[in-house]
Ligand binder design. Structure first.
Ligand SMILES: Cc1cc2nc3c(=O)[nH]c(=O)nc-3n(C[C@H](O)[C@H](O)[C@H](O)COP(=O)(O)OP(=O)(O)OC[C@H]3O[C@@H](n4cnc5c(N)ncnc54)[C@H](O)[C@@H]3O)c2cc1C
Length: 371
């Protein structure tokens, strides 16, 4: 099958792009390895977005919440499904793009409309191929949880045991249990507060001296109070170096947050361990297609006016443009402007249905470009 543009990914930015192509009558195909909004679907149940609703609304469709506060995972997934229904978007879900094969096209006038890529996919009924002129990779940047590693980058022994959960789903399984949470940013802090309130005996190990100062302003005083009053036990300047079925061994870290040479160790009881230390992008798909990856974050190289990578016809959108973020600087709200940049480059038209922030942010350099 041949089409003009293939959008890989049906997260919020991929969906906003699909509507832009639809409005411009530009033939496209949208594929997602999972279900639409997959990244949001594994947020903890009832987790609230940190961004306010108007910033994460897409396609100009208002996002309303029952109490006018920030949207929950459930509200936002329902909202995304409504947008898909409203614009009648056809998404091929559960179809993973496994390989992007650039085709040889010379610059001659006869080849200006020729396909530039063959896209290889896998779905339940087998392998498929499509050819297209353009690809937009809106594949996100949270493909794998960060691993717990020792100084030599090998896995912490025991970190693959079944009671070690890198995704926090809900607090109930930890009721009346000794729970060790690893991390000191939003996800870890929010999980610690929720699990404590649910009745878990929570310990928090963080490699720094204090909870990350960027933790959201409504979480920080609460965690600090719970630590101060001894309701949650905080182990600052520590990292796990061994996990058994009943205990976690914590070792001291330096002020930089790395394991100290010959640092003191302490063994803490733990029925469950939740390492909530961030997520990483899998850049293999882009790298294999020839996209240059830059710096420690392995950020794709792209033109800030068009979001086109160094591979002609291959664009990046949304958080995929950032690579693996250590400090989160690229979110949904600054991804909307990617939609305008890409729509202009591919269709020659401005999107009609897009978050108004897209136009306000258009003249800013995408933040990821600075990292
Ligand atoms: C707990 C938590 C809270 C967060 N809160 C906020 C917040 O308040 N505000 C905010 O802006 N962001 C927040 N984020 C981050 C947010 O999830 C991302 O900003 C957002 O999902 C990015 O949208 P996107 O469309 O760029 O990519 P994603 O939503 O990540 O979508 C990428 C899609 O691509 C698909 N895909 C990946 N690889 C392939 C492949 N090879 N083939 C086919 N499909 C593929 C995936 O299945 C996925 O559906 C939070 C994240 C977490 C974990």
């Amino acid at each position: 099958m041949q089409t003009d543009t293939i959008i890989i990914g049906a997260g919020p930015i991929g969906l906003e792009l699909a509507v832009a192509f639809r409005d411009a009558s530009c033939p496209y195909l949208q594929l997602d390895a999972q279900q639409l909004g997959h990244t949001i679907s594994w947020f903890p149940r009832q987790a609230q977005f940190f961004s306010s609703p108007e910033r994460i609304a897409i396609c100009g469709v208002p996002l309303r919440t029952v109490d006018q506060s920030k949207a929950t995972r459930e509200e936002y997934l329902t909202y995304l499904a409504g947008v898909v229904q409203q614009f009648d978007l056809a998404i091929r879900v559960y179809e993973r793009v496994e390989h992007i094969e650039p085709l040889h096209v010379d610059g001659s006038a006869s080849q200006t409309q020729s396909p530039r890529f063959r896209v290889h996919t896998q779905r339940a009924d087998g392998k498929h191929q499509y050819t297209c002129r353009n690809i937009v990779a809106a594949i996100g940047d949270m493909h794998h949880p960060r691993r717990l590693v020792l100084a030599d980058r090998t896995d912490v022994p025991g970190s693959q045991l079944p009671h070690v959960h890198s995704y926090f789903d809900e607090p109930h399984p930890y009721l009346n249990c000794q729970l060790m949470i690893v991390g000191g940013r939003n996800s870890a802090v929010e999980a610690a507060i929720r699990c404590y309130r649910c009745g878990a005996k929570v310990s928090l190990s963080y490699r720094r001296k204090q909870i990350d100062p960027t933790v959201k302003y409504w979480l920080r005083p609460e965690i600090e109070w719970l630590i101060k009053t001894g309701e949650i036990t905080f182990f600052p300047n520590t990292l796990p170096v061994n996990i058994s079925t009943t205990h976690v061994t914590l070792a001291a870290t330096s002020d930089e947050g790395t394991l100290a040479v010959d640092g003191a160790q302490q063994v803490i009881p733990a029925d469950f361990v939740l390492p909530l230390i961030g997520y990483q992008m899998d850049p293999t798909l882009l790298a294999a297609a020839g996209v240059r990856l830059i710096g420690e974050n392995r950020r794709p190289s792209y033109d800030t006016d068009t979001m086109e990578t160094n591979v002609p016809g291959l664009y990046v959108a949304g958080t995929a443009a950032a690579g693996s973020q250590t400090q989160y600087r690229l979110f949904i709200e600054n991804g909307h402007s990617h939609v305008v940049r890409i729509a202009r480059a591919i269709t020659g038209k401005d999107p009609i249905h897009v978050n108004p922030l897209a136009y306000r942010r258009l003249h800013e350099t995408p933040l990821a470009q600075e990292t």
